[in-house]
Design a binder for this molecule. Structure first.
Ligand code: SF4
Length: 717
């Protein structure tokens, strides 16, 4: 599937790390594995600029830890196996589990680091197998955002695009997001440019970070950092909403509320007003740990802006009240009319390079490709008619729910490029539970913390060796192109899935006698373009795209017909809801499920670093990235450090009810008193050994952002 020709120069592809979707080039040397990064000067998103991760991305391609042969576990040890042997065992075990239990005894985990085509095929296999238990890591990052946006506006994605935000936005409301660190090129190329031209930044975050510093937020009166207590986003936004409502009542001519927009384009305004009746702003500000005046000032700035845009991140979504957190941002945008035109909207900054696409193509338990609900009979039948088999009509389990059922109702797991033993909360328990599975197959590029527990490990190619498409944070679908394979006996994820699907379903009868799946054909694809052509048939928002018209620029979805340019911003005339209106709904404060007490008197919150990436599978193996931050650490406020007697740089124990890690203490005012802050990237001392696996009821996202914790000092050096 490689398209690279050394004679024709470097290959244009997309950075494998964050959701900004920067274009980069890979230069193939004389030997396979001899690959070099090169900038792509006129790349559509980034015009040649990259951050430290993008520049170092090729370092993992020929890494000595690469998996190079299929592995089968025998007597607790892995041995090398042929692909034939590995495929036979995978198919045999999947068939056995379905026969002995039922299809829902299997879980399938897709990957936001793999392509649209690969995730499309994985979810199709899961559904042909007979289960909707298919999910991806969006469950860990933006499931609640997707839920709220899809339900209240229509699409679980950024309402606007980076380019229109740069051109038109004059106030960035950044809540629980850290683009300075997590989306560096979006921050430096788009948002910072707007700020240099006069835009204001309101940052709402319990932790000061590179976003704070990149906009010099503490040094000018124009910008504000509202450093709230973790888990108090709803009270803060309710103060903002109440301030705007109050002002509008006294000064309607100021137009802080867009009455016409509320009247013609929304529903639920009365519900919001009722929810806020008798709301005590003073008490709420105290809950947030902030001066009321500072929040009121921020509300005024948002309401007065011509075009205000909200950026929302995992600080909002990763809570047991994640859906309500995001709903309150939607409320703010809707009552002020800040949506449906350039420079406005509610914009989730997506983490991984294809987390948007992985959701778009249906690797989720409740939706088919294009966010068509599995329990919508009409939509499901349309997809079934193309696929030629029946799809279960009830949503399946999410990945954390699957993990909670290991060994009870779930007995087998198919993992493509995911690392739940590190990425899920309460990771020590996940590692124990995963051993209860009867069978697990993992396809990946390295022996991850999860793969160690697998029965079969299938060696996949890296991002640089493959073709396909990925969808970035502002809904731009772009092509990735691969150079030569480094290791002959590795396979592209798509090839593996195609083979497994064909073998698994090849002999089975399907619903229709003319069906393509009668002989497993529905899984037998020659290349990613062929898969994309089928995806277009079942995914209306991608229907207008082809490999040819994606070209080098890519296209934003929705793109319903060939020739559509794709929409850079959504909802100009109506929302994509049943009524066509944007849904407003008042919400009230729900504290984190675990709050400090005598035993665990601190609040633990977590976030990522610029130089590392999620479970660190790639970034910890990249010398350039690992050099920057080789170990985990914890930020401790100076007053807490004094109380505990902690010196800057001292090793401390950080513990919660679920585990303990040893980390270096960084004494800093970046964090608030009573709040400790650490990261999930490092296997030995990952934050997820401490985090709480309680879920948002609707979106089933875990509450990574708030847990009760304690520090232990005086460890042996
Ligand atoms: Fe890659 Fe994101 Fe950095 Fe761009 S900003 S180079 S996509 S990690």
């Amino acid at each position: 599937m490689s398209t690279d020709d050394p004679e024709s120069g470097p290959t244009k592809t997309i950075c494998p790390y964050c959701g900004v979707g920067c274009g980069i080039q890979v230069k193939q040397g004389e030997e396979p594995g001899d690959v070099q990064f090169m900038p792509w000067g006129d790349a559509p998103v980034n015009e040649g600029r990259v951050c430290i991760k993008g520049g170092a991305a090729t370092e993992v391609v020929d890494h000595e830890d690469r998996l190079t042969e299929p592995l089968i576990k025998e007597d607790g040890e892995f041995r090398e196996a042929s692909w034939e042997e590995a495929y036979d065992l995978v198919v045999e075990e999947l068939e056995r589990i379905r026969e002995e239990y039922r299809p829902d005894a299997m879980g399938f985990f897709g990957s936001s680091k793999t392509m649209n085509e690969e995730n499309y095929l994985l979810q199709k296999i899961a559904r042909r197998y007979g289960t909707n238990n298919v999910d991806n890591c969006t469950r860990m990052c933006h499931a609640s955002t997707v839920w709220a946006l899809r339900t209240s506006l229509g699409a679980g994605a950024m309402t606007n695009s980076m380019a229109d935000l740069e051109e038109a936005c004059d106030l960035f409301w950044i809540q629980g997001a850290n683009p300075g660190e997590q989306h560096p090129i979006a921050n430096s190329q788009y948002f910072r440019q707007a700020v240099l031209e006069g835009a204001t930044v309101i940052q709402v975050d319990p932790h000061a970070n590179k976003t704070t510093r990149s906009f010099q937020i503490d040094e000018t009166d124009r910008h504000q950092h509202l450093q709230l207590n973790p888990g108090t986003d709803i009270p803060l936004l309710n103060i903002v909403l109440e301030t705007i409502l109050d002002h509008h009542e006294e000064h309607p001519a100021d137009g802080w509320i867009d009455e016409e927009f509320v009247e013609t384009r929304t529903e639920g305004f009365e519900d919001l007003k009722e929810t806020l009746e008798g709301f005590d702003k003073e008490a709420a500000a105290e809950e947030c740990g902030l001066d009321l005046e500072a929040i009121e000032l921020a509300a005024e700035k948002y309401a007065k802006a011509d075009n205000a845009a909200i950026f929302t991140g995992m600080g909002m979504s990763q809570h047991a009240c994640g859906v309500d957190n995001v709903q309150n941002e939607i409320n703010l945008a809707l009552i002020t009319g800040n949506i449906g035109r350039p420079g406005t909207g509610v914009n989730p900054l997506r983490g991984q390079n294809n987390v948007q696409g992985t959701c778009d193509v249906g690797a989720m338990p409740n939706v088919l490709p294009g966010y068509q609900l599995v329990d919508d009979d009409e939509a499901r039948t349309r997809v079934e008619d193309v696929w030629g088999f029946e799809v279960p009509d009830e949503p399946g389990l999410t990945n954390v729910e699957v993990s909670h059922q290991f060994g009870t109702s779930v007995h087998g797991l198919y993992v493509m490029g995911e690392n739940p033993v590190m990425s899920e909360p309460d990771a020590n328990s996940v590692a124990e539970r995963i051993q209860e599975l009867e069978f697990m197959v993992v396809q990946d590029i390295f022996m991850t913390e999860t793969a160690k527990y697998a029965d079969v490990v299938l060696p996949a190619t890296t991002w640089a060796e493959r073709d396909g498409t990925v969808t970035n944070t502002d809904r731009r679908v772009q092509r990735m192109r691969g150079v030569d394979k480094v290791h002959e006996n590795t396979k592209h994820d798509l090839e593996i899935l195609s083979e497994v699907g064909s073998r698994l379903f090849g002999g089975e009868e399907s619903r229709s006698s003319e069906s393509r799946t009668e002989s497993g054909e529905g899984f037998d694809f020659d290349d990613p373009e062929e898969v994309f052509e089928e995806l277009r048939e079942v995914c209306p928002i991608y229907h207008g795209m082809t490999y040819d018209n994606l070209g080098e620029e890519g296209l934003h979805w929705p793109c319903y017909q060939p020739g559509d340019e794709g929409d850079p911003f959504l909802y100009e005339h109506e929302f994509d809801t049943e009524s066509g209106k944007g849904h407003i709904e008042g919400v009230t404060h729900q504290p984190p499920k675990e709050t400090p007490d005598d035993e665990y008197p601190l609040i633990l919150t977590t976030a990522r670093l610029e130089e590392h990436y999620n479970t660190g599978t790639m970034s910890r193996r990249s010398p350039t990235l690992n050099r920057q931050t080789p170990e985990n650490f914890v930020d401790v406020h100076p007053n807490d450090a004094e109380r505990y007697g902690i010196e800057d740089g001292e090793k401390v124990g950080l513990k919660s009810r679920r585990g303990e890690i040893t980390v270096e203490a960084q004494v800093t005012e970046d964090t608030k008193e009573g709040v400790v802050w650490t990261t999930p990237h490092f296997a030995a001392a990952s934050a997820n050994k401490l985090t709480n696996d309680v879920l948002d009821e609707r979106a089933k996202i875990p509450e990574y952002k708030a847990a009760a914790a304690e520090i232990e000092v005086g460890l042996e050096p």
